[in-house]
Write a protein that binds this ligand. Structure first.
Ligand SMILES: NC(=O)c1ccc[n+]([C@@H]2O[C@H](COP(=O)([O-])OP(=O)(O)OC[C@H]3O[C@@H](n4cnc5c(N)ncnc54)[C@H](O)[C@@H]3O)[C@@H](O)[C@H]2O)c1
Length: 252
């Protein structure tokens, strides 16, 4: 069945790796026109390749640091000059946590996580809002199961992901009347490069993690991508401000 995402312009952040890349591949398969952004130039090129780089120039790759408001404005202006509008935004760029007690954290670490995970979501939202298809556009913002459940050693990360949920719910209130939906996806433990501590640690650590999950395994970027595509699609037309966990159900 053809997808209603075919021909839609989707702006993705953090799409050079992991969940962002997996979502780009899924949206490509549904016929969307992608704007693949990240700070990692080589990773952008690889994602474009995986999305059929030679597909008549359908997709665009752009270097973008989401923590910088002026860069976000300039990048979005380039996209609008090319496409005229944006249909959907996937706010995925983020820094995964390093587990450490608060006494070992620094101002620089705080600023980095808040700057990318929370302010980055704000910067992209602010820059894209005037250009969103209305009605019919949507945002999917990435939080985490750490956005509702505190975990030991990740206070700053948790603060950013709790923040993404609060920010996104306010976005949903403000943009809903324009016909633009905003939803939040909360992945559990997903096997991505910056989750290497769990995914590629000792076999015992991985087994413990898998046994702690009702489905007996870690998630994959593909597991998250399908849910993101659904949330953007017209099938989810009455979902706004929804917080959607995709975690296989943790036992703890
Ligand atoms: N992997 C998990 O288990 C998990 C669980 C819950 C939430 N998340 C969230 O999912 C999102 C994607 O994480 P992932 O696991 O795929 O990680 P990942 O490291 O594979 O991908 C993150 C991407 O964000 C990019 N990035 C980092 N800083 C950036 C910046 N300033 N501007 C633009 N891009 C930047 C990186 O270059 C990278 O390509 C993050 O927001 C993360 O917090 C991940």
């Amino acid at each position: 069945m053809p997808s209603d995402l075919a021909g839609k312009v989707v702006f993705l952040t953090g799409a050079a790796s992991g969940i962002g890349r997996g979502t780009a591949i899924k949206l490509h398969s549904l016929g969307a026109i992608l704007v693949i952004t990240d700070i990692n130039e080589a990773g952008i090129a690889d994602t474009l390749q995986l999305c059929g780089r030679n597909d008549a120039g359908r997709h665009t790759g752009l270097i973008l640091d989401v923590s910088k408001a002026a860069d976000a404005e300039q990048c979005v202006a380039e996209v609008v000059a090319k496409h005229g509008h944006i249909d959907h935004v996937f706010n995925c760029a983020g820094i995964n946590p390093t587990s450490m007690p608060l006494t070992e954290t620094s101002e620089a670490y705080f600023d980095k996580l808040v700057g990318v995970n929370l302010k980055g979501t704000y910067n992209i939202t602010k820059a894209t809002m005037p250009h969103m298809t209305a009605p019919g556009g949507s945002y999917v913002n990435v939080s985490s199961i750490s956005g509702w459940n505190p975990t030991m050693g990740t206070a700053i990360y948790c603060a950013t992901k709790f923040g993404v949920i609060g920010f996104s719910k306010c976005m949903a209130l403000e943009l809903g009347p324009k016909g633009i939906r905003v939803n939040i996806v909360c992945p559990g433990y997903v096997d991505t490069p910056t989750n290497a501590g769990i995914a590629k640690g000792t076999a015992a650590a991985r087994t413990a993690m898998e046994q702690g999950n009702a489905l007996g395994r870690m998630g994959t970027p593909k597991d998250i991508a399908g849910v993101v595509a659904f949330l953007m699609s017209n099938e989810a037309r009455y979902m706004n401000g929804s917080v959607v966990g995709v975690d296989g159900m943790l036992r703890t």
